[in-house]
Design a protein around this ligand. Structure first.
Ligand SMILES: [Zn+2]
Length: 206
């Protein structure tokens, strides 16, 4: 499915599968583009499965709790910052920090999305969740990943950058953690679509 271009309707975007949106994300990773199509799809599937499984295990541990309450149970403070969301070319919605441990929500970063996501559009993209829920959940995945002993999803699929005889320089794929975090949010909050779709709801500056 082609999602770029002004003709894309919101309905089409909201109906895009997590695999389609995950692949779109992976295509923006500077290293992942070196993987062949089949490997890219396998990596996206792994990330989606890992995010969903991580959400389900937290749901079992904390039945009925939303992301804000789960963060509280895990003793991860959720801080709302009024900082400029724009740093260089990066528009910040939220951030996970391990030292000191916290999830930072950038209120001014999320505000344009909150303004755009009303009525039917909110239902289509968020179901019963709020935009803040989505970002807290996303960062909770990063916390869960940092707290467990399993190999991080970003390092499970590696790209060889350089090979000299038996010596190889390899790197992981950071975008896989973002794809997994989106899948985590989607499962935890029962969202109608992978939250990558939110990128298409509003054109953020610049
Ligand atoms: Zn993230």
């Amino acid at each position: 499915m082609e999602l770029d271009g002004a003709s894309s309707s919101f309905g089409k975007i909201a109906a895009a599968s997590p695999e389609t949106l995950g692949l779109l994300m992976l295509k923006t990773d500077r290293y992942a583009v070196r993987l062949d199509d089949r490997t890219q799809l396998a990596a996206v599937s792994d990330a989606l499965v890992d995010g969903a499984a991580t959400a389900r295990s937290l749901q079992e541990r904390f039945p009925g709790l939303g992301p804000r309450e789960i963060a509280r149970e895990l003793q991860v403070p959720v801080i709302v910052a009024d900082d400029d969301p724009l740093v260089g070319s990066i528009w910040r919605f939220a951030e996970y920090r391990s030292r000191p441990l916290r999830i930072v929500l950038y209120a001014r970063g999320i505000a344009p999305l909150e303004r755009a996501l009303v009525d039917d559009l909110a239902k289509q993209f968020l179901g019963r969740a709020t935009a803040q829920d989505v970002f807290i959940a996303h960062e909770l995945y990063h916390h869960a990943e940092a707290a467990r002993s399993a190999l991080p999803i970003a390092r499970r699929h590696q790209v060889t950058l350089l090979q000299l005889g038996r010596w190889q320089w390899r790197t992981g794929i950071a975008m896989l953690a973002e794809i997994a975090a989106g899948s985590f949010s989607q499962t935890l909050l029962d969202l109608p679509c992978h939250p990558k779709a939110l990128d298409y709801v509003t054109r953020l500056p610049p």
